[in-house]
Design a protein around this ligand. Structure first.
Ligand SMILES: Nc1nc(=O)c2c([nH]1)NC[C@@H]1CN(c3ccc(C(=O)N[C@@H](CCC(=O)O)C(=O)O)cc3)C=[N+]21
Length: 284
């Protein structure tokens, strides 16, 4: 049976480290790190994220505000709010929850966020810095995945990492980060158009599933002993399901992360980490 990589446990450990650093920051500065999250419209998946974010901020001693806007919010209204948050010295981190409704040009809004407050690392300036190996902020979900590997003692250097999914939020940045120091993996980025997908995934020492299809990764796609990190958060009738068929894959893999209790709690923890980093950058 595979070793279980508990994101929940690793996140707990990271949050206790973070709480100490937040306390030191508050002592040395006249302010408390503050995250402003913007949620436009209703989205059940986003609701969980918002709730867990708030709880996590409280747990480490940070402040958080939620700006909830109606689904019919216009682009100008959203840009006005972003401008206000950019200017507000009490706000250190800004997160625009995705997806945004269709009348809004997401790229335009993400470009409007002050890059120094861009704790998701979605602004083109921060993406560019990351690609050049000089990151200002590390994107939360990819950073969470890398911390899970590191803190589970899984070697990445020289290993073949196969990333399944090329999204701008997870797969693409993660594939870049895995190829860079200190990770130094050999990376293959697969997606929906990849030919003979199972032949490629079977070569992975480390397999990252981030395609957003419930139970897409089956046991026959995994090399015996491989480490599998499941980024999927698919809401189905059976509840929250990952991108891997957990029961079957854990018979073959050497290590696997569950859903829930895997990457999700790590994403939130890395967001808090970035908010403290943003506060440090803005207050000194
Ligand atoms: N700008 C932006 N950045 C994001 O990072 C972002 C976003 N928008 N929009 C929505 C998605 C979704 N997402 C989740 C993060 C954590 C959990 C999470 O904590 N899940 C727990 C609990 C799940 C549950 O209890 O239902 C778990 O997997 O154990 C879920 C979902 C971040 N996203």
């Amino acid at each position: 049976m595979a070793q279980v990589i508990s994101g929940k446990e690793i996140a707990k450990q990271l949050k206790s480290e973070l709480a100490e650093q937040v306390a030191v920051f508050i002592q040395n500065n006249a302010s408390v790190p503050r995250l402003a999250a913007v949620l436009v419209g209703e989205d059940p998946a986003s609701d969980v994220y918002v709730r867990n974010k708030r709880k996590a901020c409280e747990a480490v001693g940070m402040e958080s505000d939620l700006h909830r806007l109606p689904a019919e919010t216009t682009q100008d209204e959203l840009l006005t709010l972003v401008a206000k948050l950019n200017k507000d010295d009490a706000v250190h981190g800004i997160l625009i929850q995705l997806p945004l409704p269709p009348q809004i040009d997401s790229d335009r809004v993400l470009r409007a966020v002050n890059p120094a407050k861009d704790v998701d690392a979605f602004h083109p300036e921060n993406v560019g810095l990351l690609v050049q190996g000089q990151p200002r902020f590390l994107p939360c979900t990819p950073h969470g995945v890398l911390q899970m590997l590191k803190r589970s003692g899984i070697e990445t250097e020289g290993q073949h990492a196969v990333v399944l999914g090329r999204s701008h939020i997870v797969g693409r940045p993660l594939s870049i980060m895995l190829s860079q120091p200190p990770y130094n993996a050999t990376v293959t980025l697969c997606h929906s158009r990849t030919k003979d997908l199972a032949e490629v995934t079977k070569q992975a020492d480390i397999l990252i599933a981030a395609i957003g299809k419930p139970k897409f990764v089956t046991a026959d796609m995994v090399k015996p002993g491989a480490a599998v990190i499941d980024v999927g958060t698919n809401r189905t009738d059976e509840g929250l399901v990952g991108d891997a068929d957990y029961a079957a894959v854990s018979e073959v893999a050497g290590a696997i992360s569950p859903v829930p209790g895997g990457v999700g709690p790590m994403t939130i923890t890395m967001l808090l980490f970035n908010t403290l980093e943003a506060a440090r950058g803005l207050e000194t």
